[in-house]
Design a protein around this ligand. Structure first.
Ligand SMILES: Cc1cc2nc3c(=O)[nH]c(=O)nc-3n(C[C@H](O)[C@H](O)[C@H](O)COP(=O)(O)OP(=O)(O)OC[C@H]3O[C@@H](n4cnc5c(N)ncnc54)[C@H](O)[C@@H]3O)c2cc1C
Length: 364
């Protein structure tokens, strides 16, 4: 079982331990040398730039190319949310094919789909808050293409449980798998799942050639259930503040942000955001544990307008993020490996974004 320590030195050790060459060769296997850095990237404890720099201390740009490409997916999705806004929450380019229901298949929620590799992965998700990328793709394709469920509700369920739950990466990855952001949905049959998971299971409803995978919804996946997702935020007072304040959000928990400053530090958790995008108790404690790495950080549960109403004189400085696009004050750019948002604005295409990002690497 994989664990996610929260003290800053352990995070830095995990960052230093990445293996770019082994990653490139094995990342598709559940047992592969993946980094497990995403919970720290999502919450801003480290940046994609940090990961890129460590990779280049170890190997050449060419040898680390697959790591860079995957980091580029993350930066691409963040830039997409910044430039497309709420458009990412509807089918982006094509209507999702063959939708018959909205609620999540009960067998996915109960880890009883009958596909052992997928059920094991869902149980691991509940225990650790982590799922390997390939397992996420299998869970999503099971919901979207095999059980013919619209991607929105299952994506909310997965986001709720992930320690790395990232609104842009999660929403847009579900759309990629469902076939609403590109022409074809992603599919995997039992043979593929066995190859990458080490499972040897046969004779399942997925143990058929690709062209027969979506013939009919298997019995196991027919029941759909409503899942109740709520965020258990603590109650806090709004402190009196004046002058400049370093304002953190759940995606900017970086202890290296203005480390020498004596300015007050506030972590603002907005209830309306967490009502719209609920997170599990495990995820909330993970956030609070990461926040504990920042000396003097005071948590406030309130909206930005409530905070500014109580503190009209305060000047808030924060790191830009699409989830806080409504904040006012002094916003600083978020650190990223590839800041090519203009490429996203011109045309929404990862291959174009990546070819520009790749040029910026080779020209270094
Ligand atoms: C259905 C689905 C839902 C997803 N939801 C999320 C999510 O909520 N939060 C999230 O951070 N990622 C999400 N991803 C992307 C990816 O699965 C995770 O980033 C990755 O598995 C995290 O594990 P890792 O850090 O060990 O990744 P590694 O394989 O070690 O990759 C290193 C880093 O590259 C980035 N990366 C790798 N693969 C992808 C990818 N396919 N898309 C975007 N970035 C990538 C991540 O920042 C990751 O931490 C989702 C993918 C799918 C298919």
């Amino acid at each position: 079982m994989h664990e996610f320590p929260t003290d800053h030195s352990a995070i830095m050790e995990r960052l230093a331990a990445i293996e770019p060459v082994a990653y490139g060769k094995t990342r598709n296997y559940l047992s592969g040398a993946v980094t497990r850095l995403s919970p720290y990237l999502t919450h801003g404890a480290i940046s994609t730039k940090d990961v890129g720099e460590v990779a280049l201390q170890k190997v050449s740009v060419k040898e680390a190319e697959i790591v860079f490409r995957e980091l580029a997916w993350r930066d691409f999705y963040q830039a997409s949310w910044s430039s497309l806004g709420d458009e990412i929450f509807s089918d982006l380019r094509f209507p999702q094919p063959s939708v018959e229901g909205k609620l999540v298949p009960g067998a996915v929620v109960n880890a009883s789909t009958g596909i052992q590799a997928i059920d094991n992965a869902i149980n691991e998700l509940y225990q650790t808050g982590y799922l390997h990328n390939h397992a996420r793709m299998w869970v999503a394709m099971l919901c979207c293409s095999i059980a013919r469920t619209a991607w929105r509700e299952p994506s909310r369920w997965l986001y709720y449980h992930l320690l790395d739950g990232d609104i842009a990466s999660n929403t847009l990855s579900w759309q990629w798998v469902a076939g609403s952001s590109r022409k074809e949905p992603y599919l995997a049959n039992q043979e593929t799942i066995n190859m990458f998971s080490g499972s040897t299971q046969r004779n399942t409803y997925l143990d058929v050639p690709y062209e027969e995978l979506c013939n009919e919804i298997p019995m196991e996946l027919r029941e759909r259930i409503a899942v109740m997702l709520t965020t258990d935020l603590p109650s806090t007072e709004i402190p009196k503040l004046s002058g400049e304040v370093l304002l953190y959000h759940a995606w900017s928990l970086n202890p290296r942000w203005h480390p020498e400053s004596n300015l007050p530090r506030v972590l603002l958790l907005e209830p309306d955001h967490f009502a719209r995008f609920p997170i599990s108790k495990k995820r909330l404690s993970f956030i609070m544990d990461l926040a504990a790495n920042i000396p003097g950080l005071v948590t406030v549960v309130a909206t930005m307008s409530e905070l500014t109403k109580v503190n009209p004189e305060a000047k808030f400085r924060f790191v830009a993020h699409p989830a806080v696009a409504h904040w006012s004050g002094l916003s600083e750019d978020r650190e990223a490996l590839f800041n090519t948002s203009k490429a996203v604005e011109r045309s929404w295409s990862f291959s174009k974004f990546w070819s520009q990002a790749r040029c910026s690497l080779t020209s270094q």
